[in-house]
Ligand binder design. Sequence first.
Ligand SMILES: Cc1ncc(COP(=O)(O)O)c(C=O)c1O
Length: 364
Amino acid sequence: MGPYEAGRQVEEVQRAYGLTEVVKLGSNENPLGPSPAAQDAIRREITRLNIFPTGGLELRRVLARQFDTKVENVIAGSGSEGIMSNIMRTFLCDDDEVLTTEGAFIGFQVLARSRGVAYRTVPLDRWHYDLPALAREITERTKIIYLANPNNPTGTIFTRQEFDAFYAAVPERVLVILDEAYFEYAQDNPRYPDSMHYRYDNVITLRTFSKVYGLAGARIGYGFAHQDLIANLLKVKLPFEPASLAEAAGIAALGDRSFLHASLEINARGMAQVTAALTATGVECVPSDANFVMTVWPTLEEAAGVVEALLRQGVIVRPLGAWGLPRCVRITIGSEAQNRKCIDAMQAAMQQPMAAGAYHASNT
Ligand SMILES: Cc1ncc(COP(=O)(O)O)c(C=O)c1O
């Protein structure tokens, strides 16, 4: 393993390429900034930083009310990754294996591989989870199956029917992590199954404030599961996680409905703007239900070339080699102006044949 490499930062690209204006569309961050209500809550809470946090109890209570469940069914943590890490520590023994798709969310890959257990995958099926193949791959050693819906980085979803057919093959002793970091963006799609509407005892749903509420830097996420699962996670979790500023921000963000709607609206408009323009330019875009779109290139050289050409024009996007998808590049949906800059840069890049070959997008 190597250390996780975060996406490139604006200042670093400004320095490296001698640019003043750089837009970052590499890490699925919210173009509106953080929820204003969350910012106010952090300012209020800051005077109490001398006091230890309560382990997320208040946020768990608020989430239980909002999602009509019991506090015993809710956990909060330092981002959904913090909860994922806790799940690994709580439930995985050395001989266990985890099972997921190729190109799974890199945070999960890092956590599972660093735990040292067997990490098994099945190929994607036309950029979707191949749930029937995953079901066939379950063995006696399988302890955790990880599914993200919508999936990062492909942006694709699976339906309730597809999940149920898969779930029928999952033994009770296997824990299914259902990562719904992007559920807010997908929930208006009638094909999208919000897992709060179908609860199973061995499924844990994970969600985050990092995306639609713009709180990625605060590190705050939450999860829903059977109370026995939550009780075990509470035994193992860091006692004072999440941090009090993060918890206060999360509680305030949940009440900030106008910010939520603004985030969804800017994303829906931006998704239409970006995918229409890129498709017209000949770039293959995988239809997405999240706040990013994955583009597919005929060769890894072309994918790398386009990333570099965009960087030179001040646009940071995400090459997906580290995910195991070297021909793919993920573009976060930004503000209208950021999207425009990205589209212009892509159109310019596609007109400039580079040494390794022209930027021909694949339509296969
Ligand atoms: C699928 C998925 N899960 C989890 C996360 C991380 O969420 P958090 O910031 O709450 O740890 C991300 C962020 O990129 C993600 O894409």
